[in-house]
Design a protein around this ligand. Structure first.
Ligand SMILES: *Cc1c(COP(=O)(O)O)cnc(C)c1O
Length: 400
């Protein structure tokens, strides 16, 4: 049985990099250094009485891995310490986190306001799934505070957005939208994937619930699916817990172990990706073949003031637009050697995505135009390669 490592109160003062190496660690009787991987679905009880007490909730302990597991618990605790959340639940994927977070909180007759530029599957949940269960949803231009204010109604129970957005890297003013939502009594759910937990701290700005796809920068090496929902004790234990326990979006202990190891190196990786991304954004902005660069760390980003206010750096993603539409975009992608063509992001490997023909194909040309995605739009996820090599690769592909 794993025993919780008793951290002194001093652990609360640790900086993020220290928390990410040591936070949430529990050691078994063997004193292993590396976190143990508890690949077990069930747990044996010492006696029938103990089983009864665990089920009644009179005795703390693990019952079934669909509800909780020591390795998943370590991942949850480490993320809580980093994010400043009271409690969390690890999930099988980022989408399992988003769906469970919203569905557990909402019921027929409720209303949701969401930013209109969303990760494709999040858009499906808001636009298609929730209305099937009698939840009305309104999509707004996330950059426009007046639009948020106008859309929030007395029965608005949730506000959902991502910032920076996928794939255009628009920003939402977290503090201002949280204020509007909280005044109306709605919970704010933020998908913080693009900023990573290193660059943006939504809970300090008023967010109630933060969700991640751990598949991205938290794993950081493109291996495992995973996600997490973080929030207050009230929300996690009273709202999410029963939904999670009975519908089964749980995280595999193996994946939780991979994510735990990913967290140890997260600050180093994000710092490297961000510094390379900033260099690449500058290089592309000066390049004659690029029409536009969208990077929250650059002064020419239309919402640079908001980036300064709520992000510690410009982030590991760069969005660009090439003149010449799809042909130019495809020529550039096919000319890249180091950057791999994929729809994923947040890998050690640098990646390029053409949203119009992949992740945002479903929207159609008009839907894409509405949110600023053209046939020349590309999303670059900057990895851990030497930035000089990445610049050479980009330069060669642009000249192709
Ligand atoms: C990837 C991603 C998701 C979904 O996560 P999965 O782990 O792929 O299910 C949700 N939101 C954003 C912003 C993402 O990048």
């Amino acid at each position: 049985m794993a025993e919780k490592q008793e951290h002194t109160d001093r652990s609360k003062a640790w900086k993020p990099a220290t928390t990410l190496v040591h936070g949430g660690t529990m050691r078994s009787q063997f004193g292993e250094m590396s976190e143990a991987m508890y690949l077990t679905s069930g747990y044996a009880y010492d006696s029938a009485e103990q089983a009864e007490a665990r089920f009644k909730g009179d005795l703390e302990g693990f019952v079934y891995t669909r509800y909780s597991n020591p390795t998943v618990h370590m991942f949850e605790q480490r993320m809580c310490a980093l994010e400043g959340a009271d409690a969390a639940r690890g999930t099988a994927s980022g989408m399992a986190a988003v769906t469970a977070a919203l569905m557990s909180h909402l019921k027929a007759g409720d209303h949701v306001v969401a930013g209109r530029v969303l990760f494709g599957s999040c858009l499906y949940v808001i636009e298609n799934l929730l209305p099937k269960f009698g939840v009305e949803t309104t999509l707004v231009d996330g950059r426009d505070l007046a639009a948020w204010e106008a859309a929030i109604r007395p029965n608005t129970r949730a506000v959902f957005f991502e910032t920076p957005t996928n794939p255009t890297l628009e920003l939402v003013d977290i503090e201002a939208v949280c204020k509007l939502a909280n005044e109306a009594g709605a919970l704010v759910f933020i998908d913080n994937v693009f900023a990573t937990p290193m660059l943006q701290r939504p809970m300090e700005l008023g967010a109630d619930v933060v969700v991640y796809s751990a598949t991205k920068h938290i794993d950081g090496q493109g291996r495992c699916m995973g996600g997490i929902v973080l929030g207050s004790t009230d929300y996690i234990e009273d709202t999410l817990h029963d939904f999670y326990k009975h519908t089964g979006p749980s995280m595999s202990p193996f994946n939780a172990w991979v994510m735990l190891k990913g967290l140890e190196t997260l600050p180093v990786r994000v710092e490297r990706s961000c510094s390379s991304a900033a260099r690449i954004a500058d290089f592309l902005a000066d390049h004659p073949k690029t029409a536009r660069v969208f990077y929250p760390g650059r002064k020419d980003h239309p919402q640079y003031d908001i980036a300064k206010k709520q992000m510690a750096a410009g982030g590991p993603l760069v969005a660009i637009e090439l003149d010449g539409g799809k042909d130019a975009a495809f020529r550039f992608m096919n000319g890249l050697e180091i950057f791999k063509i994929t729809n994923n992001l947040g890998d050690a490997k640098s990646l390029v995505t053409h949203p119009a023909t992949t992740t945002h194909q479903r929207l159609g040309p008009e839907g894409r135009a509405e949110i600023g995605i053209t046939d020349g739009s590309l999303r670059l996820s900057i990895g851990l390669e030497d930035p000089d090599d990445l610049l050479t690769d980009i330069d060669r592909a642009l000249s192709a």
